[in-house]
Write a protein that binds this ligand. Structure first.
Ligand code: PLP
Length: 233
């Protein structure tokens, strides 16, 4: 086994164990949880190793970087489910629709419409989470809580888009338990109108336990599997 492969295998096992223990503590079935391994800034070779180690879901933030990796992996990429987890500029919607299966960061009406059109043009269906801003600050993206119902309705009414649920990034200065409790509440409200949109994308390397305690179904984990990223420029 190559050094990198062994390193990834060890960290992957540790993350899966953390998820199982957190599910146990929350009285939840670990089979309800989807681990999305976030490979942003890491090369396609790492994605290939992860796929070989049984990873089925891969997350990327930058649209162009992801498109390059999918191109490089060619056949191997088609066996994976690709998640766009970062902010998406409206003008990049067309590119996203070419490689992503799931978009976690849908936070405005213009982006919903751009993704719908792009998916239509590519004859693809995109699954979508409404990204919610927990503290209302615009920096990390995310819709205001009050905007969520209208966005959800718009996605649900769009051919080629499928509403999965809500997503959030916990604000750094907030107790993650409070942030994820607020997200869980938003999920409950969403399900009153859209019963099938029962998924919650929440939890990263540092707070996946708290997210699982508050109903997360999709964990977006980068550094705990791949190692720390060089700071973004
Ligand atoms: C980078 C990123 C993650 C992964 O974060 P880690 O702390 O490396 O696990 C999760 N979600 C989003 C939106 C990200 O941009």
């Amino acid at each position: 086994m190559s050094g990198r492969r062994a390193e990834l295998a060890g960290r992957l096992t540790a993350v899966r164990q953390r998820m199982e223990r957190a599910a146990d503590r929350a009285g939840r079935d670990p089979a309800e949880l989807t681990l999305v391994v976030v490979t942003k800034t890491y090369p396609a070779a790492d994605v290939a190793l992860l796929a070989d180690l049984g990873v089925l879901d891969v997350g990327e933030a930058r649209v162009d970087e992801a498109a390059d990796k999918v191109g490089e992996l060619a056949h191997a990429a088609s066996r994976l489910t690709w998640h766009e987890i970062g902010q998406v500029q409206t003008k990049k919607a067309g590119k996203v629709a070419r490689w992503a299966d799931v978009v976690h960061s849908v936070d405005r009406a213009r982006l919903v419409e751009a993704l719908r059109r792009a998916a239509e043009a590519e004859s693809r269906t995109l699954q979508a989470f409404v990204q919610v801003s927990i503290d209302g600050e615009p920096g990390r993206g995310g819709a205001q809580m009050a905007e969520v119902p209208a966005l959800a309705d718009q996605i649900a009414a769009s051919s080629r888009l499928e509403l999965l649920g809500v997503m959030a990034v916990a604000p750094r200065r907030l107790d993650p338990n409070r942030a994820f409790a607020a997200l869980q509440q938003a999920s409950e409200q969403l399900r009153a109108a859209h019963p099938d949109a029962k998924y919650i994308s929440a939890g990263m390397s540092g707070d996946l336990e708290q997210a699982i305690a508050h109903g997360a179904t999709h964990l977006r984990v980068g550094t705990a599997v791949l190692g720390s990223r060089p700071p973004l420029k």
